[in-house]
Design a protein around this ligand. Structure first.
Ligand code: TPP
Ligand code: MG
Length: 374
């Protein structure tokens, strides 16, 4: 799809990037009230089938449950510092739902929900956020990298993985996540240019959640439409309502298909909002007045699809209760399994750095063992 065609797709609703900003067009299928967007060209025919809609709802409920329980576990001292994604479920589940586990996923620290949707086991994910060595490496049957903490480094690396797939002659793609803040880093731009120039099978997800720690998007860049950053590299840029999972899934599936077919990379800006603090240890009241989040609860992605599915009869109160029960059981079993993992020894902090430890690491290991009386 040429950039102009992508631009034409982006026109179904107008929304400012932030309060008081000019309105920028973005694609929306379902309104915040849970009804079909009357301005959507093609109407209902654009939506995925009801079975897929229900499956997407399940993914969002599943990752919301994880996010909510993670707060509780943190307060109980059973989990480390965790960056919450509550309110961003459509952006994380709708995108990764378009992948298979033959495809690569490059998530950031914010994207636990994306990794869970892709297939990362809950037990492993809990272990990771407990800083347990059992969570340090990803299962061999999955092509998901550990959550990236350094901002933007994942972009050029995802291009490398995508090019390797291309060289091997597979149809596999690489999907990489970044935040609005990350899209101002050099690696973001190098990655996009690299992917465009070499026609890498990549899908770049730019989650615009309005904030980079305590800095609003409107302070850290003058750009009002981050999807247009794609223009500079000759690749399509789509701006989609990131709280509308049916629209997010649809554009992600199209972008994945384009990449599989050798038609090159796409940048998708999902417009959403970080309702929660930067991490569970952050005091958001220090820098953000409460009224700045006003209105975002009404745009909640779970609530929106729920209203639509209930109105269509695809979901009922009873089937939802059964679904939530299943999710609860799955989570509790996985946490119990994570609880039963053996505690790490202090020396393990250096054990997994290199396949062959360096002389310096060996020395440090001996020192750690001695200090801990082992
Ligand atoms: C290279 C680098 N610079 C700075 C930081 C510190 N840092 C951690 S999170 C963050 C903000 C990122 O914001 P954004 O990309 O919008 O992602 P979000 O947290 O909103 O998901 C910064 C600057 C870092 N981790 N890596
Ligand atoms: Mg952000």
């Amino acid at each position: 799809m040429p950039p102009a065609a992508a631009e034409a797709m982006n026109k179904s609703v107008l929304q400012p990037q932030a309060e008081g900003q000019p309105e920028v067009p973005m694609l929306q299928f379902i309104t915040p009230e849970g009804t079909l967007n009357p301005d959507l060209e093609g109407g209902e025919s654009r939506l995925p089938d009801p079975e897929t809609q229900l499956w997407l709802y399940r993914q969002m409920r599943r990752i919301r449950h994880f996010d909510e329980r993670a707060w509780v576990l943190y307060r109980q001292g059973k989990m480390g510092v965790f960056p919450p994604y509550g309110g961003m479920e459509a952006s994380q589940a709708g995108t990764t739902a378009a992948l298979t586990t033959e495809d690569w996923l490059f998530p950031t620290y914010r994207d636990t929900g994306a990794a869970l949707t892709y297939g990362l086991p809950i037990k492993q994910t809990v272990a990771y956020w407990r800083s347990s060595p059992h969570g340090w490496y990803m299962p061999e049957n999955l092509k998901v990298t550990p959550f990236y903490i350094p901002i933007a480094t994942q972009y050029p690396q995802a291009v490398g993985a995508a090019l390797a797939e291309k060289k091997k002659g597979t149809r596999n793609v690489a999907m990489a996540f970044i935040g609005d803040g990350g899209s101002s880093e050099g690696d973001f731009h190098e990655g996009l240019n690299f992917a465009g120039a070499l026609n890498a099978p990549c899908v770049f997800i730019l989650q615009n959640n309005g904030w980079a720690i305590s800095v609003p998007t409107t302070t850290q860049t003058k750009a009002q439409n981050l999807s247009r950053r794609a223009d500079g590299y000759g690749i399509p840029g789509i701006r989609v309502d990131g709280n509308d999972i049916l629209a997010v899934y649809s554009v992600s599936r199209d972008a994945v298909e384009r990449a599989r077919n050798g038609e090159g990379p796409t940048l998708i800006e999902t417009v959403t909002f970080r309702i929660k603090p930067h991490t569970v240890a952050d005091d958001v009241t220090r820098y953000r007045p409460e009224e700045m989040t006003a209105g975002w609860d009404e745009k909640d992605p779970v609530r929106r699809l729920r209203a639509y599915l209930l109105a269509q009869g695809t979901l009922t109160e009873e089937s939802e209760a059964a679904l939530l029960e299943e999710i609860h059981t799955e989570f509790e079993e996985a946490v119990a399994a994570a609880d039963s993992l053996p505690d790490p020894t202090p020396a393990e902090i250096v054990d997994h750095v290199f396949a062959e430890p360096t002389p310096q690491l060996k020395k440090q290991r001996a020192q750690i063992m001695e200090e801990n009386g082992a």
